[in-house]
Design a protein around this ligand. Structure first.
Ligand SMILES: Nc1ncnc2c1ncn2[C@@H]1O[C@H](COP(=O)(O)OP(=O)(O)OP(=O)(O)O)[C@@H](O)[C@H]1O
Length: 528
């Protein structure tokens, strides 16, 4: 349905056009364009306008695409003039128009595709273009002006190239105005969002990795709290959700968040999702220590092995994404486990069983934006665990990525107001190896390993042991012997003793989500 001037139109059009050198009958009804060939072989295409990015006249003096013999079809019961105002149609010169649309590809990807429709009568072409444009303008969720942060430094350092070659041209086609900022330093994106004007912006997009996305939502959430007079340091505060939606275009090393949103790290898919304007609510977690907010995170916070890896790998950034393999190996060999205490408010739902969080996820849809489920909170039970750990994780999303198709917690949900606390106890090196192999498996997950425990929680705290070290000492940006650091969305967080709280669906992210993928063993022999 197209909504214009308070009126709802459900236009019907029918004509014969020349498409890809074939005469085709073309219908437009109930938001779907259908074209079927008139000769053999018979072909039929359906294109919902919700997948169409733009419609344009073809500005060409080349008449070869014109199609003598195609006359206007005035079917008796077909409304060829949906608005009854052909006289006001301007530019009756063009004999063809082009539709730019998103076409489904393989493995959760979408591609930009086009179809050109030719007709001898420019009035018919103008009428179709006007009707389709009217219909598209009814999609109020589509952004018209975007602020874009491009990180030239993340991943393989090709963020700028990605933006110029793959992002900008598509936004141009879709008629989206962009204001692009190339980040010059760490925290550039966050600091800009803390102070810039949000007038005339419909969304913020980042071209970069998880660190860049993290800067964007940290900036937006802090700015929104400040604008609303909310104290972000209060761990129990109800945070106001940012009004701007965020687009995530992969340009980093792991791009876990892009993968969890879209089911792929394909750049074109991510750009098309921003253009088409659908969005979902993402939980964000706040990390507090000693009465202060440290930051917000969206993917995972990991203490122990992954904390050690991120701290070490920063020194080898020149290696690119390979630095994680190098530091991963070093820290795997040297891991002796870390002592700590975890206290969590457990949710009643089991995190070790499905369904997975995919397109139209029922669990996420049942949650109200930014309002924790009060019943679940009152039913929650406080639990404490103390011991020596290889790793402790607070997963806000599954953390699936191309290297780990199931991620740390495959049944974790993006917007259910919970975090999955995955506790991996200290055992021997063979078990640690088994764990890492499981993390790269397409079929198996961690949860049937006897040294792994998982709990779904609404909040949790962690305290590094031995307790003889004071909290103030832990807060220093240096390593205390016998302790690790936190890996927070891929960045080092030095404070070890923290409290995590989940803010249900605090951020809106542009995506249509991933569909279910067929699960096949990556290794046929051991099915790891
Ligand atoms: N011009 C710049 N110079 C140096 N650092 C920058 C610059 N622009 C952004 N940064 C910082 O680069 C860091 C890494 O960026 P990002 O997370 O996007 O890439 P990555 O770490 O390679 O990818 P991933 O997080 O997906 O593994 C971020 O913390 C960001 O603040």
């Amino acid at each position: 349905m197209s909504v214009s001037d308070g009126q709802v139109f459900d236009p019907v059009l029918l004509n014969t056009f020349l498409i890809r050198k074939k005469r085709c009958r073309v219908y437009f009804h109930r938001g779907t364009l259908i074209w079927e060939s008139q000769g053999s072989p018979y072909t039929r295409h359906m294109l919902p306008l919700s997948d169409v990015m733009a419609v344009q006249y073809v500005h060409s003096t080349d008449k070869s695409h014109c199609c003598p013999g195609l006359e206007v079809q005035n079917g008796s019961n077909i409304d060829d003039k949906p608005f009854g105002e052909h006289t006001s149609v301007t530019a009756p010169r063009h004999t063809s128009f082009i539709l730019h649309y998103a076409a489904k590809g393989t493995k959760n990807t979408w591609r930009h595709d086009t179809v050109t429709l030719n007709h001898t009568d420019p009035r018919q072409v103008a009428s179709w273009v006007k009707t389709i444009r009217n219909y598209l303008s009814g999609f109020k969720n589509r952004p018209k002006r975007l602020l874009i942060f491009v990180n030239p430094y993340g991943g393989k350092k090709i963020g700028l190239k990605i933006y110029e070659k793959q992002v900008k041209p598509l936004f141009l086609v879709a008629g989206i105005e962009v204001n692009a900022i190339i980040t010059q330093r760490q925290f550039h994106a966050r600091d800009t969002l803390l102070n810039c004007s949000f007038d005339n912006i419909d969304g913020v997009v980042c071209v970069g990795g998880d660190g860049t996305f993290s800067e964007v939502f940290n900036g937006l959430v802090l700015r929104t709290a400040r604008d609303n007079g909310v104290d972000h340091n209060d761990p129990d505060v109800q945070l106001p959700p940012p009004l701007l939606r965020v687009g995530v275009i992969p340009g980093g090393s792991t791009d876990t968040m892009a993968y969890c949103f879209h089911g792929t790290t394909d750049i074109e898919t991510a750009v098309l999702y921003v253009i088409l304007g659908d969005s979902i609510g993402l939980d964000l977690c706040s990390i507090h220590s000693n009465g202060n907010l440290l930051r917000y995170y969206s993917s995972v916070i990991s203490y122990g092995y992954l904390g050690d890896v991120v701290r070490d790998s920063e020194k080898f950034r020149w290696m690119g994404p390979k630095r994680y393999d190098y530091s991963g190996f070093k820290k795997f060999i040297s891991n002796n486990g870390y002592e700590g205490e975890i206290t969590l408010l457990a949710d009643t739902c089991s995190p070790s069983r499905g369904p997975k969080c995919l397109e139209n996820c029922v669990r996420c849809q049942s949650q109200t934006e930014n309002k924790p489920d009060k019943t679940a909170l009152s039913q929650g039970e406080w639990k404490t665990f103390r011991g020596k750990f290889f790793m402790v994780n607070g997963a806000n999303v599954s953390c699936a990525c191309s290297r780990s198709p199931n991620g740390i917690s495959p049944y974790c949900h993006l917007g259910d107001g919970c975090v999955d606390v995955v506790i991996i106890k200290h055992t021997h090196m063979l078990n640690n190896l088994k764990l890492l192999l499981r993390l790269s498996s397409k079929v198996k997950n961690l949860f049937d390993l006897p040294f792994v425990e998982v709990h779904r929680a609404r909040e949790f705290t962690f305290r590094a042991l031995p307790a003889s070290v004071s909290d103030t000492e832990f807060a220093l940006p240096r390593l205390i012997p016998g302790t690790s650091v936190w890996n927070c969305d891929g960045e080092v967080q030095w404070e070890t003793n923290i409290r995590i709280r989940v803010h249900c669906q605090l951020l809106k992210v542009f995506t249509r989500r991933s569909q279910e993928t067929k699960e096949e063993p990556s290794c046929k022999i051991c099915s790891f």
